[in-house]
Design a protein around this ligand. Structure first.
Ligand code: NAD
Ligand code: IPM
Ligand code: MN
Length: 349
């Protein structure tokens, strides 16, 4: 019996996770696979109520008792320092050593791209390093709140951390018959980390002679993702650059409402989450696009080895766009719940 923890989180998170859950249940029923879903109350409300973000025991139980988790989003204006998101989302990434942030951006419907004449073949997968870089929390603040304040935020890069994400990118390219892996960095300025990444990229890449390698500076990459996104296949990059570029990649391929992601430690544990955040501006209105969360549901099923069910859930996304059963951000008039009901109905048919 596969077990999946559902963490709605904040804002639109619970709304889109509700849809993902109904789609998971319908797909499991259709394919006769056993799947248990449990809701976990980890969010800003709980933090404000109890003063607890997530306990060590809860982190242990999530990883020990579940095969994976699906999270909506974390972020609430009532928690301006974002401490609960740091403890829950970043905490789980670090605790379970989820070193791959797998972020696919595929142009499922060219009309949804803001680009003029987008290439329908655009299909980029970002491999974002997920446990190091500027997210390591190294640094400090001195003389805080005075005119002499000093703030230091250091970027941590280890050989082990760089090697395993670069290898994961090449192995994915190999397995999925992609022809190129692109490294994105800022090695012209950040020469210590850039030097390490470039050496490791060449060293690991040499083991995959069929796959072409190139390197881009992150500023030029931001420009090129708008100019000719179809050129990029597998992109490997550091934690912060991957965070930024995956929002850009999501937008050129149809918007944040469509982009799923997986935080993965292969063979161990995984946490799936849409690339988008808690969208406080639209929360509670029933208009959040649930397709990114549905994409996450498909990734969950694939993680569990339920490939046929995953393929059916994946197919729901282009089908809903084709049939016009979408939320307003994609030009439709359906509510979040109506998109979910339509998909669950399609899966049960
Ligand atoms: P956001 O992604 O929440 O929203 C950006 C814009 O996109 C908003 O206009 C929003 O309405 C729109 N949008 C996002 N998802 C949508 C959806 N599914 N359907 C329709 N429109 C959608 O980014 P933000 O406003 O910068 O962040 C809000 C909060 O979310 C912050 O607290 C941030 O830290 C947090 N956040 C969390 C995650 C996560 O938990 N994975 C990711 C990103 C941001
Ligand atoms: C993401 C989010 C998170 C990140 C935030 C909410 C901590 O933006 O998953 O992309 O920066 O990784
Ligand atoms: Mn982000």
């Amino acid at each position: 019996m596969a077990r999946v923890a559902l963490i709605g989180g904040d804002g639109i998170g619970p709304e889109v996770v509700h849809v993902a859950a109904s789609v998971l249940e319908a797909a499991a029923e259709r394919h006769g696979v056993a799947l248990t879903l449990h809701h976990w109350d980890l969010c800003a409300d709980r933090y404000l109520r109890e003063g607890i973000t997530i306990t060590d025991e809860e982190r242990n139980r999530l990883v020990d008792e579940y095969d994976a988790a699906l999270l909506g989003a974390l972020g609430d204006p009532r928690v301006p320092d974002n401490v609960h998101a740091r403890d829950i989302l970043l905490g789980l990434r670090f605790f379970a050593d989820l070193y791959i942030n797998f972020r696919p951006c595929r142009l499922v419907a060219p009309a949804l791209s803001p680009l003029k004449d987008p290439d329908p073949a655009t299909d980029i997968v970002f491999f974002r390093e997920n446990t190091e870089g500027l997210y390591a929390g190294l640094g400090g603040s001195f003389k805080t709140g005075t005119p002499h304040e000093i703030a230091v935020e250091e970027s941590l890069n280890t050989y082990k951390g760089v090697e395993r994400i670069v290898r994961a990118a090449f192995e994915h390219a190999d397995r999925t018959s992609r022809s190129r892996v692109t490294l994105v960095d800022k090695a012209n300025v950040l020469s210590y980390e850039g030097g390490l990444w470039r050496r490791v990229f060449a060293e690991v890449g040499a083991g995959f002679p069929r796959i072409a390698r190139d390197a881009m500076y992150v500023d030029a990459m931001a420009m090129d993702l708008v100019r000719r996104p179809q050129r990029y296949e597998v992109v490997v990059t550091s934690n912060l650059f991957g965070d930024i570029l995956s929002d850009l990649g999501a937008q050129v391929t149809g918007g944040l409402g469509l982009a799923p992601s997986g935080n993965l430690n292969p063979g161990s544990w995984a946490l799936f989450e849409p690339v988008h955040g808690s969208a406080p501006d639209i929360a509670g209105k029933g208009i959040a696009n649930p397709l990114a969360a549905v994409g996450c549901a498909a990734l969950v099923l694939r993680w569990l080895g339920m490939d046929a069910a995953a393929a059916d859930v994946d197919a729901c996304v282009p089908a809903s766009i084709r049939e016009g059963v979408t939320t307003a951000d994609l030009g439709g008039a359906a509510t979040t719940g109506e998109v979910g009901e339509w998909m669950a109905g399609r899966l049960r048919d």
